[in-house]
Design a protein. Structure first.
Length: 282
């Protein structure tokens, strides 16, 4: 049985990191939901926009795999860039889509957690003041619909770089949202916070860059695994990331990657057959 996780929120959950800036994560035991079926994960996982890229879910899953070498993990992408908390209201389109995708996933997996990152679109005193109340309604309804009242929820903080970016005037009040997120995690059962301290952004000053997304995913996993809030960067997160990157590929993974390179026209048929033969003989 696949252990699956819902990905919900806005663009920093979907991921906008540049793939060229980090090594890929490819593991035949990390799956993503596509058209109701599981396939081997590749980034972008959450293709909500043409600008989709590296998100936190890949390193979350890879961290999970370090502790669960014999099991499979599945990611259920439902995040949508630019969305506010009101856009995620119960009975709204995004909420209903999430329930639909989750129920498809439940046919062949057990949902073990919810990963949430959202708040950039709610950076005002008025919206921040009502954040916990609205968010609580969404999560309570989501758990009820999934018949999983005890399912853990991991929420992440907003980047401290927001105020200094080129769109900084829109994020003056981001600390208020971070405060609400932290308080929510501290006052609600089965909810844990993962900090964005010391993480950095793409040139837009809004989205975590690819390396920071990798680190944030590790923090999310440790919050989930240890059932505790992560208010400061982990002392060993760089070494964990190095371990993820240095993982040896299986024969199946090598073949799948080779098939991809051939399918997209990066190698000629003769080279494909020669490399396929070499892998098969390993």
């Amino acid at each position: 049985m696949i252990h699956s996780f819902l990905m919900i929120g806005q663009s920093n959950m979907a991921g906008r990191g540049y793939a060229k800036e980090v090594p890929p994560i490819f593991d035949e035991h990390i799956k993503m939901l596509r058209n109701g079926l599981w396939q081997i994960m590749s980034e972008p996982i959450n293709y909500d926009r043409p600008s989709s890229g590296v998100g936190l879910a890949a390193s979350f899953a890879a961290s999970w795999r370090l502790d669960n070498a014999q099991n499979e993990i599945g990611l259920i992408p439902c995040a949508d860039g630019g969305t506010s908390l009101d856009d995620w209201a119960v009975d709204g389109v995004l909420f209903e889509n999430t329930i639909s995708q989750a129920r498809l996933a439940q046919r062949t997996s057990e949902i073990k957690g919810i990963l949430w990152h959202q708040g950039e679109s709610d950076c005002s005193p008025e919206k921040a003041e009502k954040y916990q109340e609205k968010f609580s309604e969404i999560i309570e309804a989501l758990r009820k619909e999934l018949n999983s009242p005890e399912i853990p929820l991991i929420i992440g903080g907003l980047g401290d770089y927001l105020f200094h970016g080129i769109f900084g005037q829109y994020f003056i009040h981001y600390p208020l949202v971070n405060q609400q997120l932290e308080q929510f995690a501290q006052t609600h059962e089965k909810c844990y916070f993962a900090t964005a301290k010391d993480l950095t952004a793409n040139p837009d000053g809004v989205h975590f860059n690819a390396h920071s997304q990798r680190l944030l995913g590790i923090r999310y996993y440790h919050a989930y695994r240890d059932l505790k809030n992560i208010f400061n960067p982990l002392p060993d997160e760089d070494s964990i990331l190095e371990k993820i990157y240095k993982r040896s590929s299986t024969k199946t993974e090598k073949i799948k990657l080779l098939e991809h390179e051939f399918a997209v026209g990066n190698i000629e048929s003769k080279d494909y057959l020669n490399e396929l033969k070499a892998i098969s003989q390993e």
